[in-house]
Write a protein that binds this ligand. Structure first.
Ligand SMILES: Nc1ncnc2c1ncn2[C@@H]1O[C@H](COP(=O)(O)OP(=O)(O)OP(=O)(O)O)[C@@H](O)[C@H]1O
Length: 248
């Protein structure tokens, strides 16, 4: 087990050359969640402050529910979740501005027909001045090497292109942490590697739920969720080793 904040991974430099802001602190305190009276997460307490955190575990163990708690998509039945001190239930808007969420299926996330319109919509909602929006959209698409998709119809893109657009649409909002729920499940090897490399380059913090254990190489910390509890919490090699031994 390791304490939060003892990462030894070098912190990436931002595009401007200045070090990024410190990773936000996410605190879960005695969190339990049930669906239809069935417990899914049980008394989970965690302090998450590392830049790269993986979440692994068997199907149905509670990983997505844990991920959704982090930006208030799911609220705890008991206990609390705080992001830099903001309660995910009471301060939902401010929490969502800090914590972006990339869904497994980008179709759940892309709303507007044209890629640039979809990205602009999120910025308008955030209250970003109109004159700044095109520049931010262009920069975010360029960051992921998909500037050429700006005027394309989102629903006609390939699965990998859609996933990159969904990631850019979250990143354009400049969250300080991005939660990924199985972002590579629908992708071929090339696009899976594109996502892996994009995540590695991100200056923001990332929490990633995945069954693709190789994605977690170089992460600071990996949580193993088992039957609704954090069964193991360690560096990637130890956590993956524990998971293989106890959960296969
Ligand atoms: N909104 C919901 N309503 C009812 N049950 C739910 C809901 N969300 C999740 N569950 C149930 O909670 C349990 C945990 O689901 P969760 O999606 O968190 O698991 P997971 O570890 O992410 O699984 P997987 O690896 O299969 O994606 C499952 O039994 C699931 O059916």
């Amino acid at each position: 087990m390791r304490a939060a904040g003892d990462s030894t991974t070098p912190v990436p430099e931002s595009a401007a050359g200045s070090p990024p802001a410190p990773a936000p602190v996410i605190e879960l305190d005695g969190v339990s969640v049930s669906f239809d009276g069935r417990p899914v997460l049980r008394e989970v307490s965690l302090r998450l402050a590392e830049r790269r955190i993986g979440v692994i575990g068997q199907n149905g163990s509670g990983k997505s529910t844990l991920a959704r708690l982090l930006n208030g998509l799911v609220l705890p039945d008991e206990g609390s979740v705080r992001v830099d001190g903001l309660d995910t239930g009471k301060d939902a808007r401010r929490v969502r501005a800090r914590v972006g969420f990339v869904f497994q299926n980008p179709d759940n996330q892309i709303v507007f027909p044209i890629v640039s319109e979809d990205m602009a919509f999120g910025l308008k909602n955030l209250g970003v001045p109109k004159r700044e929006i095109p520049g931010r959209v262009t920069a975010a698409l360029g960051e992921f090497g998909i500037g050429h998709l700006a005027e394309r119809q989102a629903h006609l893109l390939s699965g990998g292109e859609k996933q990159l657009v969904a990631l850019a649409a979250v990143m354009v909002m400049r969250p300080s942490v991005v939660v990924f729920d199985e972002p590579t499940t629908l992708l071929d090897l090339r696009n899976r590697n594109l996502i892996r490399d994009a995540v590695a380059r991100m200056e923001q913090s990332a929490v990633m739920v995945t069954h693709d254990l190789d994605l977690l190489a170089g992460f600071d910390r990996v949580l193993v969720v088992h039957e609704g509890r954090i069964a193991y919490d360690a560096d990637p090699a130890s956590a993956v080793g524990w998971y293989r031994e106890h959960c296969s």
